[in-house]
Design a binder for this molecule. Sequence first.
Ligand SMILES: [Fe+2]
Ligand SMILES: [Fe+2]
Length: 306
Amino acid sequence: MTPAHSAPSRVDAPPSGALAGLNEQELGRRVGELFARPGFKIPVLPVTALEVMRLSRQADMGVEKLIEVLSQDSMLAADILKLARSPVYAGLSQAKTLKEAAVRLGNAGVHRIVLEAVQRSVFRAPGLVQALEAVRKHGSAVGHLARVVSKHASLDPDFGFLCGLLHEIGLSAGLMALAADKTPKLDLAGWFTLDRAHEEVAQVICHYWKLPPELGQVLAQHHAPPDSLSAANPMVSLLVVAEFLAEQDAAGLGHLLKKATGIDLPMEPADHRIDQARSMLRLDDRAWTRLYEDAATTMASLDAEA
Ligand SMILES: [Fe+2]
Ligand SMILES: [Fe+2]
């Protein structure tokens, strides 16, 4: 992992005059327009995933019951086993069966891996596959990094992972909506439209998927300005740090999007919210150094997976 450097990342105001300065009403209209495209349906979570998520929240639920439910969906079960064997879920590379993987992951781990598998399969955007894959990779990297940051900041690592993994689902759903067009196309102006709507869209998806309202609130605020971080859920600061770390290792969204589609987001210096976020999470220099080392290990296993 290299020291901080300028990286392409989200910019607050698009360069196009036509798209600048959207008010709340206009934003709401665009979200509605996106979702009202003919042929577009809000993605649904597979029933099996919903059931697993419900069960894994019950502390006393044995892993056997989870396996029984998972086994009913062979595609999901295969995806889960494949993911469990990937380097980022270190230690599970020898797992040969779903049961072996599930026992070692535990309830919270199964919950985590189910969501990651679902995120891979639920969003489809024919014609915009590369952009969607860039968003997925970024979400996965930020999810795993958020889990690492949570441990250093004494926050719930499973909720941190969830926030990171899903923080850009508004973009995934937006790309899916664009892909419903006859000849889907994505350019810089189109990207900015998605970007301006994606926090609100994420909250809508969370609602549809019956995910915890707190998650929806975090996703809806993940681009909060620095002076709002102290009033926001601490998970927003956690996401700022995880995004920052992802950018240091080429898993920033701007970098991945450019590599996948050629769309070149305007460069801006590394996230100006990082100092505020670090102080919110009480990450002093010693903690920061240790965090950087752990983040580098996590990114290396993600790179090995790619
Ligand atoms: Fe975002
Ligand atoms: Fe992001």
